[in-house]
Design a protein around this ligand. Structure first.
Ligand SMILES: C[S@@+](CC[C@H](N)C(=O)[O-])C[C@H]1O[C@@H](n2cnc3c(N)ncnc32)[C@H](O)[C@@H]1O
Length: 248
């Protein structure tokens, strides 16, 4: 029954790969129609230890399956041997969330990112800082299973969507670029769009031409650039110093 449901839903659902992804998704209100564990008691013991707030929900959700069955459901077994499928939130709901004003926390814009792991790390950062959302331009699917795995299931804690450069949410556009003005002289507003270029080629000409401000992170001469996700971390931290989100 569980396996049949899994196969029926897998094509249209979000794969939650591992205990932590399931924990976060449940905590942030995801609808989870099916969840499996190779050792149900071990998964619940992990919940007792690390996530007592979602223990009862996981107790109701988790079905124990033999290891070969679990392995047949996931692309790559996770050390916790837990997996689940979640309903992907509607695009309309996420667009509404991204467009809502006045905004109390920035939207992160990744301009044509290439690396799925970077995108996941950025979604985790956005969730942690309480950012309004993460928008990607270009071809990368921000709901790809590898991105969801990198984001530890925190796609459900912020609004994640792919958009065209011409369809970005409202708000002043601060684009991060080593050639910009020193970010330390600027207070980032809560309604900012914080844009970052691709790993390979930086900001696209379209996004650069739309930017209201170009900002640089402090960096010693002769170092070309920082990693994309670490750049997002520094910019969100800089914004948070103004008193915005996180524990608010
Ligand atoms: C790996 S870097 C891109 C490097 C790329 N080869 C280039 O030509 O810009 C990815 C993105 O991180 C941000 N970034 C990296 N280092 C930065 C710095 N020192 N100041 C501002 N943004 C930076 C920028 O948004 C950049 O487009």
């Amino acid at each position: 029954m569980t396996v049949t449901s899994w196969h029926r839903l897998a094509g249209t659902s979000v794969l939650l790969d591992g205990f932590h992804a399931l924990k976060h998704a449940v905590r942030f209100g995801a609808e989870v129609p099916v969840a499996v564990a190779v050792d149900r008691q071990a998964a619940l013991a992990l919940a007792d230890e690390l996530a007592p707030d979602v223990r009862d929900a996981l107790d109701a959700l988790l079905t124990e399956v033999p290891e070969p069955v679990y392995a047949s459901l996931v692309p790559r077994p996770h050390p916790t041997a837990v997996a689940a499928l979640a309903v992907r939130p509607s695009r309309a709901a996420r667009l509404e969330q991204l467009a809502r004003t006045p905004r109390t926390a920035p939207v992160v814009v990744l301009d044509q990112p290439r690396n799925l792991g970077n995108a996941g790390a950025v979604i985790r950062l956005a969730a942690g800082f309480g950012a309004t959302g993460v928008v990607t331009t270009g071809t990368l699917d921000p709901w790809h299973p590898t991105v969801v795995r990198g984001g530890a299931g925190l796609h459900f804690a912020t609004a994640v969507e792919r958009l065209g450069t011409d369809g970005l949410p409202p708000g002043p556009l601060f684009a991060l670029d080593p050639e910009g003005d020193d970010i330390r002289g600027v207070q980032l507003p809560d309604d900012a769009l914080l844009a970052f270029g691709s790993e390979r080629s930086g900001l696209s000409p379209e996004l650069r031409s739309r930017a209201d401000h170009l900002l640089a992170l402090p960096m010693r001469p002769q170092v070309s650039s920082y990693n994309l996700a670490t750049s997002v971390a520094m910019a969100l931290y800089h914004w948070s110093l103004g008193g915005g989100a996180a524990g608010r």
